[in-house]
Design a binder for this molecule. Structure first.
Ligand code: GLU
Length: 504
């Protein structure tokens, strides 16, 4: 289909929170679509009623919005190929299932779940396929009359696709190259279930065809299903889309697939946003303090590489550089430190007002005070170079929002000299009276009195922020305001004086 417009879809099932791997799948589809000026479609695959989780669809939509992955067609936006929720397309699947029945590519199977379980108990390798179907209860074996009677009597049934034995099913995967399955390895998959719902296999390919999807870009775990899908395309006489199966995302150890439980095991989020699923609450990248730009950069490189050492990419840069050919075959290790490294970069280059808008809620919650956005922005400007996660702006910079709780006494007592005390008091007073000239005045004072910078600065710093790790002393004073800084210093040096008496 070289001339047709690129149309790709992200087709999650609303069975819970969208795993970060799902966001990567959506991202790669989006990048590919936008690079080709094509369409990116969100289709909700909700035919498995047993696994349906309320709130999951909304979570998926919010996650994509947060990540900046914009859909062209979706259940809420609509579009000319809708509806985009599979549960609203039942008639379509029934029509196509019956078309397969009529053409001999599918059959009714009346075996009860109990009978099938018994078969499996007898023979663990049991498969419903060309080798076993002739001994089972289905419309291939039973007379037409019996089948009609069963159907009329309302006996429950499923519809299975008929997979002939000894065939090679070849898939040309853009990432993996040629993948060949032997039809003897696969079973006669159910395509329409006892409850009248289609299975994933039928609904997925019918929709991909009707929605004119040109490229199917999805996780590697779907590769085995593709054999069935290719057969279904053949049965319908349709041209399959191009397939590209993305590598797995691996645990940080590199051993095995990253699972949703790994978040708790390794102490990092594996979901984009916090998920509240009844008694299960999973933290999200957003709540951990990630910027969407960082998550996109991180995910963009988890499985794809630009072919150079370059690592920093915005969404638009990814769109122009992305290619399916440069997706790796090997699994991509989830490296949380790398994610934080990206986040640090994006925090540093972000506008202070933007950062302030993101941390304001956290600040209010933590300190119980509604701080002015301008003030928070000034704190962000000083703290942003020093943090990896947004909340660190106000946890490490708590002294901007409340009095110092803990002084680094060990460090300060190494520098505090009782003979300097009067000078420190004088400096606290100078801070109060020097307006914008604090830096100059204090430096001059230290110089004029021939004090040692190395004995004075640490005391001033720890006196004002509790720590040596904080941002520049004079910028900190400027943000706190001369009065607060002065008062704080006076209080702190008297504490240091008392403490130094205790140790001496
Ligand atoms: N509904 C499937 C899922 O949950 C879609 C797989 C595909 O993209 O074909 O991931």
């Amino acid at each position: 289909m070289p001339d047709s417009k690129v149309r790709v879809r992200f087709a999650p099932s609303p069975t819970g929170a969208l795993h970060i791997g799902g966001v990567r799948t959506a991202l790669y589809n989006y990048l590919f679509a936008k690079q080709h000026k094509g369409d990116f479609i969100l289709r909700i695959e909700d035919t498995d009623q047993g696994r349906y989780v309320p709130g999951a669809e909304d979570y998926i939509v919010r996650s994509l919005e947060w990540a900046g992955i914009h859909t062209d067609e979706s259940p809420s936006q609509g579009g000319k190929y809708g509806p985009y929720r599979q549960s609203e397309r039942m008639d379509i699947y029934h029509t196509y299932a019956h078309q397969l029945l009529e053409n001999g590519f599918a059959y009714y199977a009346f075996d009860t779940p109990e009978e099938l379980t018994a078969m499996r108990e007898k023979d663990a390798t049991f498969k419903y396929d060309a080798s076993s179907r002739n001994t089972l209860q289905n419309s291939i074996v039973l007379s037409q009359k019996t089948v009609q009677e069963y159907l009329q009597a309302g006996k429950s049934f499923v519809i299975r696709m008929k997979v002939d034995a000894h065939q090679e099913i070849e898939i040309e995967d853009t990432i993996r190259g040629k993948v060949v399955f032997n039809s003897n390895e696969i079973d006669d998959k159910v395509i329409l279930k006892g409850d009248g719902m289609p299975t994933y296999h039928l609904a997925n390919i019918v929709d991909d065809h009707l929605m004119e999807i040109t490229h199917v870009i999805r996780g590697e775990e779907w590769l085995p299903s593709t054999a069935h899908h290719v057969l279904l395309y053949r049965y319908f006489g349709w041209t399959p889309p191009e397939f590209a199966h993305l590598p797995l995302i691996l645990k940080p150890t590199g051993q095995g697939k990253l699972s949703k439980r790994d978040g708790a095991t390794f102490g990092f989020p594996v979901f984009p946003l916090q998920w509240n699923g009844g008694d299960e609450i999973f933290p999200g990248f957003r709540e951990a303090g990630f910027l969407p730009e960082a998550v996109i950069n991180f995910l963009g490189l988890m499985g794809w590489s630009p072919g150079t050492d370059e690592e920093l990419f915005s969404m638009n840069e990814f769109i122009s550089m992305f290619s399916l050919e440069r997706i790796h075959k090997a699994g991509a290790r989830f490296d949380f430190d790398k994610a934080k490294w990206f986040n640090q970069h994006y925090i540093i280059i972000s506008e202070d007002t933007y950062l302030a808008s993101l941390v304001k809620e956290g600040v209010t919650k933590m300190f119980g005070v509604n701080f002015d956005s301008d003030y928070i922005a000034q704190v962000c400007s000083l703290m942003k170079e020093r943090v990896h996660l947004l909340p660190e702006i106000y946890t490490q910079g708590a002294f901007f929002f409340e009095e110092v709780r803990n002084y680094d006494l060990a460090a300060v007592l190494k520098k505090y000299k009782p003979e300097n005390h009067a000078h420190l008091e004088n400096m606290a007073n100078l801070i109060l009276s020097s307006g914008n000239a604090v830096e100059e005045v204090i430096k001059n004072y230290i110089h004029d009195k021939e004090l040692k910078m190395g004995e004075i600065f640490p005391v001033l710093r720890i006196g004002i922020s509790g720590t040596m790790q904080g941002p520049d002393l004079f910028k900190t004073i400027q943000v706190l305001g001369n009065q607060k800084a002065s008062q704080r210093l006076l209080k702190a040096i008297s504490l240091f004086q008392d403490e130094s008496k205790k140790v001496s």
